[in-house]
Ligand binder design. Structure first.
Ligand SMILES: [Zn+2]
Length: 381
């Protein structure tokens, strides 16, 4: 059942572009239009027939062939230099590569990816890298400029490439969670210019929801792309990358099933989420939750909520009658206590764009999914 996504990864080449050698600020699309394999991603997007799981194992060959990635020539004992943008992607890379590569991660634990500003040190990492692994889907708004300024020769892979994208707002409010499947493929090609979710000044993504890593199901695609890229650039270790990826994918498949089982313990009429950050669309779509509202973006880091913020929050609580509002982990505990005391509604912290710090219980991607799922189930059950 996973392999429809995985087949789509053949077309990972969409996300491959060789960086301009020095400072040419070419937008991604312009660069890609020079790639001979440009047209293939549309074929991937229009693949509507789910393929059988067994086909997964046959997928890599055409994918690798199409990618046209040249192995990096590494001196004896020299490691492939890899930069991951988010620490979630970094954890996936770690699972595939272990210590066979030299890995750097741009976004620190606990940082807000949407507010991330690269430093000169980040540019230096990019300049030295052989491979940059980014989410794509406009998640890293800083990336094109960073790469253009940094120069270097890194290959850039957008690891979300090949997932079945959803648009912001799909599945919310009046939409049922699962009525969009047929339309998705067509939407994918037309969303590039969209900017539908910035009423609150929080999201400046295009129309496609970038938070694709929020399901282990999509993470399988990420891992496949990561493994394919590593194996192509560092073929000496390809067997290990493939074996590690396979083992990790088995864990992700198990995790996916575990999340289904957990959500099923919530009675169907209670499977509704109110959130403060529209990051759970893929998760809700897959596991049968409904996003009934996204309230109050980013009030959470303020030391004290303003009267206006409190009023808005209380309004939302009254409107939705929700037992819980799911908020970013940086929420002020005092605010959560005050809201619970005033309204009886819990503010439940979830992890979104970053793994948690040591001791949080969300230090790895798998633990992060478990942490969020357990928190959701406990709050809604
Ligand atoms: Zn986000």
């Amino acid at each position: 059942m996973f392999s429809r996504k995985l087949i789509a990864i053949f077309f990972i080449i969409l996300s491959v572009l060789l960086l301009p050698a020095c400072g040419a600020a070419q937008p991604e699309s312009a660069t890609q239009s020079n790639q001979p394999v440009e047209a293939q991603p549309e074929a991937a997007a229009s693949t509507t027939e789910p393929a059988a799981l067994e086909e997964h194992d046959e997928a890599p060959e055409p994918g690798l062939a199409a990618m046209d990635l040249t192995p990096v020539s590494l001196a004896d004992g020299e490691k492939l230099r890899v930069v991951a943008t988010s620490n979630i992607i970094g954890d996936m890379v770690q699972n595939v590569a272990g210590d066979l590569i030299a890995l750097d991660v741009l976004m620190p634990i606990g940082s807000d990816p949407h507010a991330f500003q690269p430093t000169p040190q980040d540019a230096a990492l990019i300049a030295d890298a052989d491979l940059v692994l980014a989410n794509g889907l406009n998640f890293e708004e800083f990336l094109d400029e960073l790469i253009a300024n940094a120069g270097g020769e890194a290959v850039v892979i957008r690891v979300a490439n090949g997932i079945e994208t959803r648009e912001f707002g799909e599945g919310d409010e009046e939409h049922a969670a699962d009525e969009h499947h047929e339309e998705d493929a067509e939407h994918d090609e037309h969303d590039e210019e969209g900017d539908e979710h910035d009423e609150e000044g929080r999201h400046h993504h295009g129309g496609a929801d970038p938070h694709a890593w929020m399901t282990p199901y999509n993470a399988l695609v990420y891992v496949y792309n990561i493994e394919t890229a590593l194996s192509a650039l560092d073929p000496a270790h390809a067997e290990t990358y493939q074996a590690n990826a396979k083992a990790y994918e088995a864990q992700l498949e198990e995790l996916d099933q575990w999340v289904f089982a957990q959500i099923e313990t919530i009675s169907p009429e209670k499977r509704e989420m109110v959130t403060d950050h529209d990051a759970f669309g893929y998760y809700a779509d897959r596991y049968g939750l409904k996003i009934v509202g996204a309230v109050i973006p980013s009030y959470s880091t303020a030391a004290e909520p303003s009267a206006q913020e409190m009023a808005k929050l209380q309004e939302a609580i009254a409107e939705y009658g929700a037992p819980a509002i799911f908020v970013g982990v940086s929420v002020n505990p005092n605010l959560a206590e005050q809201v619970a005391a005033d309204t009886g509604t819990q503010l439940v912290p979830l992890y979104t764009g970053s793994l948690g710090p040591a001791g949080s219980g969300a230090e790895t991607y798998i633990d992060y999914i478990r942490y969020n799922t357990t928190s959701i189930v406990e709050a809604l059950k």
